[in-house]
Design a protein around this ligand. Structure first.
Ligand SMILES: NC(=O)c1ccc[n+]([C@@H]2O[C@H](COP(=O)([O-])OP(=O)(O)OC[C@H]3O[C@@H](n4cnc5c(N)ncnc54)[C@H](O)[C@@H]3O)[C@@H](O)[C@H]2O)c1
Length: 418
C-alpha cells in the first residue's frame, strides 16, 4: 500500500487529523473535491489555522501528506477516515448529502481488507444505516466480512492549544469486534489514548452527548442571566463564585447566543432521530429556545442602557458593535450570534458600525477603526484579547458588555452587562 490511510475532507477536522498521523510517521492521502485546496496543500500551504504552513510543508515535502481530488488513489490506502460536513438543511433537519456523496465515490474503489471510519458528527445509526449500504451496494463487498467499518467522532476544538487531535482521547466503535480493533489499532499509532465502545451508535451518541451537554448548560446560565437582570444581581459574579466549589459544579458563561457550526447544530441531529422513536428531546428543544432568544434579550439590554445611561432611544442611536465572529480571537463567522443581534438593532432603527480585527467585512459593512467616543454606545459581542477594555471604558459613553470583558473596569451607569 502506498498510504497508511486516506482522510476524506481537507477541512477543520481533516487537515489536523492528517497532520497528526504524519507527525507519527504515517503516510497520508488527503482527498478533497476542491482542486484549489488540494493544490495549496501539495505546495505546503495550509488554509487551516491549527496547522500553519510551516508545520504542513515538511510533511508535504517529505511525502507523508499528499492531497488529491482523485478517489481512485484511495485504492492504495490501508484505511479511509471520513471527515466531511454534517450541516442542517433549511428545514433544520440533518443533511447527510456530503457523507452520501463521499460514500458513492468510495464504494467503487473500496478494497477487500480496508478499514473505513466515519468521523463526522451525526445521529446514532448513520454508519450502519446510511454509510454501510452505500458502500456495500457500490462495491459488492460486505462490511465485516470483506472490509472493516467503524465510527470515531472528531472532538477537536479549533484554535485550542491545550488539547489537540493527538492529546484528546479518541472514542471508537466498530460494527463488530474486528472493526473496532482495526480502528483502535490505527488511532493508537498517532493518538495518545483510544477508548473503545461496543457499537458505532454508542460512538455517535457520545459526541452528541458532549455537544448537547454544552448547549443545555449554556442555556441554563443564559436563563439565569435573564432573571438576574430583573433581580439586579451580577450573573458573572455568581458563576465565578459557584466555580470556586472544587467538585460538583462546572462553569459555563452566558452570552449573546450560540455560535459556530457545532453547538447550535449537532443537538438537533438527535432531536430528529428521536422522532423515529416517538420521543421528544425536551432538554434540547428548551435549550435551543432559550439560546435562540438571547439576541432578542441582548437588544433589550442595549435599549435599556441607552434609555437609562444617556436618555436616548435605540432608534437613531449610533452603536459600535465590538467583535462579530462567533468566538474570541478567530475570524470564524459561522452561525455567529452577532448577525442576529445586528439585524435586530438595525431593525430597531439604530445606526450600526462594527469593529473586529479578525473580520474585515460583515453584513455589507467594513470594519471601522476603534474610536469609542464617536458612538452613543459600544456593544461588546465577542471579546477579542487584543482589545484594551479598560481604555474602551474610559473613552466610550456607554458600554454594553455581553462577555464580561470589562471585568475590573466597571463604572456605575456607564458599563452595562448581561
Ligand atoms: N470543525 C470543528 O470544529 C469540528 C469539531 C469536531 C467535529 N466536527 C465535525 O467534523 C465534520 C467535518 O467538519 P469540518 O469542520 O472539518 O468541515 P469543513 O467544512 O472544514 O471541511 C470539509 C471539507 O470536505 C470537502 N468535501 C466536501 N465534499 C466532499 C467529498 N464528497 N469528497 C471529498 N471532500 C469533500 C470540502 O471541500 C471541505 O474542504 C463535521 O461532521 C463536523 O460536525 C467539526
Amino acid at each position: 500500500m502506498t498510504w497508511d490511510l486516506a482522510v476524506v475532507g481537507a477541512g477543520y477536522v481533516g487537515v489536523p487529523l492528517a497532520y497528526t498521523f504524519a507527525e507519527a510517521g504515517q503516510r497520508v492521502l488527503l482527498v478533497d473535491v476542491q482542486p484549489h485546496v488540494v493544490e495549496a496543500i501539495n505546495n505546503g500551504v495550509s488554509h487551516i489555522e491549527d496547522v500553519p504552513s510551516e508545520q504542513l510543508k515538511p510533511h508535504t515535502d517529505g511525502g507523508r501528506i499528499t492531497a488529491t481530488t482523485d478517489y481512485e488513489q484511495v485504492k492504495q490506502a490501508a484505511a479511509v477516515l471520513i471527515a466531511l460536513p454534517t450541516p442542517l438543511s433549511k428545514q433544520r433537519e440533518p443533511d447527510l448529502s456530503y457523507i452520501e456523496a463521499a460514500g458513492r465515490s468510495l464504494a467503487p474503489v473500496l478494497q477487500r481488507g480496508q478499514l473505513v471510519v466515519l468521523e463526522s458528527t451525526t445521529w446514532p445509526g448513520t454508519t450502519r444505516e446510511v454509510l454501510q449500504p452505500i458502500l456495500e451496494e457500490g462495491s459488492g463487498l460486505k462490511a465485516g466480512a470483506d472490509f472493516h467499518l467503524a465510527m470515531s467522532p472528531e472532538r477537536v476544538d479549533p484554535g485550542r492549544t491545550d488539547w489537540t487531535t493527538k492529546t484528546t482521547p479518541k472514542v471508537v466503535g466498530g460494527i463488530d469486534a474486528a472493526s473496532t480493533e482495526a480502528a483502535a489499532e490505527l488511532y493508537r499509532k498517532a493518538i495518545d489514548r483510544v477508548v473503545t465502545v461496543s457499537t458505532p451508535e454508542a460512538a455517535e451518541l457520545t459526541k452528541l452527548l458532549e455537544n448537547i451537554f454544552r448547549a443545555v448548560n449554556i442555556a441554563l446560565v443564559n436563563e439565569l442571566a435573564q432573571l438576574t437582570e430583573r433581580m439586579d444581581i451580577n450573573v458573572w459574579e455568581v458563576v465565578d463564585a459557584a466555580a470556586t466549589k472544587p467538585f460538583g459544579f462546572m462553569s459555563f458563561a452566558p452570552g449573546p447566543g450560540l455560535g459556530g457550526h457545532c453547538i447550535p447544530i449537532d443537538p438537533f441531529y438527535l432531536t430528529w432521530k428521536a422522532r423515529e422513536y416517538d420521543f421528544s428531546t425536551r432538554f434540547i428543544e428548551l435549550a435551543g429556545e432559550i439560546n435562540n432568544n438571547m439576541p432578542y434579550f441582548c437588544r433589550s439590554v442595549v435599549s435599556q442602557a441607552l434609555n437609562h445611561g444617556s436618555q436616548k432611544s435605540l432608534k437613531g442611536a449610533k452603536i459600535l458593535v465590538l467583535g462579530v465572529s462567533y468566538k474570541a480571537d478567530i475570524g470564524d463567522m459561522r452561525e455567529s450570534p452577532a448577525e442576529k443581534l445586528v439585524h435586530l438593532l438595525k431593525k430597531g432603527g439604530a445606526d450600526i458600525s462594527y469593529h473586529d480585527p479578525h473580520v474585515p467585512e460583515f453584513d455589507g459593512m467594513r470594519s471601522v477603526d476603534l474610536v469609542p467616543e464617536d458612538y452613543d454606545c459600544v456593544t461588546i459581542v465577542t471579546a477579542h484579547k487584543s482589545i484594551d477594555y479598560g481604555e474602551l471604558v474610559r473613552r466610550a459613553q456607554i458600554v454594553v458588555d455581553f462577555r464580561n470583558a470589562t471585568k475590573g473596569h466597571e463604572v456605575e451607569g456607564k458599563v452595562w452587562k448581561l
